[in-house]
Ligand binder design. Sequence first.
Ligand SMILES: NC(=O)c1ccc[n+]([C@@H]2O[C@H](COP(=O)([O-])OP(=O)(O)OC[C@H]3O[C@@H](n4cnc5c(N)ncnc54)[C@H](O)[C@@H]3O)[C@@H](O)[C@H]2O)c1
Length: 366
Amino acid sequence: MQIGVPRERKTLEKRVAITPEGAQHLIKRGHSLLIEAGAGEGSGFSDDDYRAVGCRIARTLGDVWSNAELLVKVKEPDPSEFEFFRPDIVLFDFLHLASLPEVAHALLAKKVTAFAYETLRTSEGRLPLLEPMSEVAGKLSVLNGSYLLLSQNGGRGVLLGGAGAAPPARVMVVGAGIAGHAACATAHGMGARVSVFDISEKKLAALHKELPGISTEVSTPASLAKGCSQADLLVGAVLIPGAATPRIITRDMIRSIGSGGVFVDISIDQGGCAETSKPTTLDKPTYEVDGVIHYGVCNMPAQTPRTSTIALAAQTLPFIEQLADLGAAKAIHSSAEIKSALTCFNGKLTNKPTAEALGVPYSAPA
Ligand SMILES: NC(=O)c1ccc[n+]([C@@H]2O[C@H](COP(=O)([O-])OP(=O)(O)OC[C@H]3O[C@@H](n4cnc5c(N)ncnc54)[C@H](O)[C@@H]3O)[C@@H](O)[C@H]2O)c1
C-alpha cells in the first residue's frame, strides 16, 4: 500500500507520524512510503534518513495526499488539507472531532474513512495511542505550570517545592488517569503538596498506594470548589473517551484560585474541563481570567518532539501495519482495536460519544 506522511501544519507542531525505523519496517513488508520534505526535521530525522531506508520524499503537501492510499499523521487535518480529502483515502491520526466540528463536517462531506488514535481501545479498556502523549502532557503540565507561577511570567511567585520556612506550593490535579498520574508524580517529585480528584475510587486508591504522600479525593462539585480555593496550580486531566470534556470547574472555582494562580487544562483537546477553558497555541499559550493564568495548548507534546515522536510512533506502528497489510475494511473485521478507532466511514459518524457531542446521527460500524 502507498502510505503518505505529511509535515504537520499545527502551530509549532514538530512531531512526525512515522520514524525512519518504522518506515523501514513497513517497506520490508512491501509497502511504499512517501514522506513530505522536512516532515521529520523537528524530531531530528532528516529527509536523507528517510531516503536511506527506501522512502520517497514528496515536495508538496498535495503530492503526499494525492498519492497516498493510507495517510498517517499526528494531529487532526489542518484546513489547508481539507481540499485533498477524497472517499478512497484512509486517514489515521489524532482527530478530537468532539471539539472540532469543522474538521468532522469536512471529513463526512468527502466520505473519508478516518480512524482516531485517541479512541483506539484494547480489550482491557486501555487507550494505547493516547497514553504516551498523555504521559508527556501530564509531565509537561507541571513544568509549564511551575514556569508560569514565576513572578516574571505573571504568576504569584511561588516555587513548587518551597524552601526553608516557606511552604511548598499546592498543586491540584483533576483526573487520575494517565495524564493526571504523570502530573501528580512530577509535582510530587518537585516537592509540591499534591491533591488529586477523580470519580473513580479505584484509580484514586491505586495512585495513593504508589504515591502515599499525595492526598486523594472523590470529585464532586463541593470537593472541587474546596480544592480550587487552596490551589496555586490547577491541572485539568479529565477524559470521557470520544466525548466533549465535562465542564466541571466553574468560573467561581477559577476565581477562588486567586490572582497569580495558574490553570493548565490538558483536557482542552476535547473541549476543556472549565467554564473558562479555551484552546490556545504554542506561540501564544496563555490568557487570563479573573487574575488566573490559563494555559490551553492542544498539542503540548509538540514541545518535546523528539521524545513524543519516538513514544507515539512506537505505539502506532503495529496498527499502521495492520491497516496497510489488510486495508481498512478487512482490518475493521479482523481487529476489534482497529474497529474501536473507526470514527468516519462513508459519510457517517461511527463513534457514538463523538456523534452525540456534535449533534450528528450515529451509525454503528456494520
Ligand atoms: N493538551 C494536550 O496536548 C494533550 C495531550 C495528551 C492528552 N491530552 C488529553 O488529556 C486528557 C486526559 O487524558 P488521559 O489519557 O489521562 O485520560 P484517562 O482516561 O487516562 O484519564 C481521564 C480520567 O478522568 C476521570 N474523570 C472523568 N470524569 C471526571 C470527573 N467528573 N471528575 C474527575 N475525574 C473525572 C476518569 O475517571 C479518568 O481517570 C484527554 O482529554 C486527552 O485527550 C491532551
